[in-house]
Ligand binder design. Structure first.
Ligand SMILES: [Cu+2]
Length: 169
């Protein structure tokens, strides 16, 4: 019985390693084919064509400078966007400890780390390194989210986001 077990586990190992090597081969081919289309998603490419998303330094923060949670505001409102540790730069280049602001209106609390911030009426990019924005909103309650992203608009995730609720008069 014992021998049978050992034998079958050896067989399993052999089969598994055979499978692995053929799988690896397939994976390699797959990833090579996908390199071009998934460049922005793949952060560990040694090719160096697309830089990885920079690490978030300790103490880095994003916040609404002149707005508190549950504030009541009138529209338009000049929104001020702040950061600690991170510097604000124009979009285009990926620099360490750097990024640009995005305002998400009535959306998620943050965008997943590495995901590209969409560009539409509720996801506003400040790719020219703006830190102020003339906010125009309809009366009522709204959720405002700041999301910092790197020079390629790749989200720094929940660590560099902030959400508040405001009531517009
Ligand atoms: Cu952007």
């Amino acid at each position: 019985m014992k021998m049978k077990l050992i034998f079958s586990s050896i067989c399993f190992v052999v089969i598994a390693s055979c499978n692995n090597s053929s799988e690896d081969k397939g994976k390699k081919e797959d990833s090579m084919a996908m390199d071009k289309s998934h460049e922005a998603m793949n952060h560990s490419q040694p090719s160096g064509e697309v830089p990885s998303i920079p690490e978030i330094p300790e103490g880095a923060k994003v916040f609404f400078k002149n707005l508190k949670d549950n504030a009541t505001i009138s529209s338009p409102f000049t929104l001020q966007m702040g950061t600690d540790v991170m510097s604000i730069d124009s979009a285009g280049l990926v620099r360490p400890a750097s990024g640009h602001h995005h305002l998400i209106i009535d959306g998620a609390d943050s965008l997943a780390m590495g995901s590209i911030v969409p560009k539409d009426s509720v996801n506003i990019h400040f790719g020219n390194a703006q830190t102020e924005y003339e906010l125009k909103l309809n009366p009522g309650k709204h959720k405002l989210t700041l999301q910092l992203a790197d020079g390629l608009h790749r989200s720094y995730g929940g660590k560099l986001s902030a959400s508040i609720i405001v009531t517009v008069k």
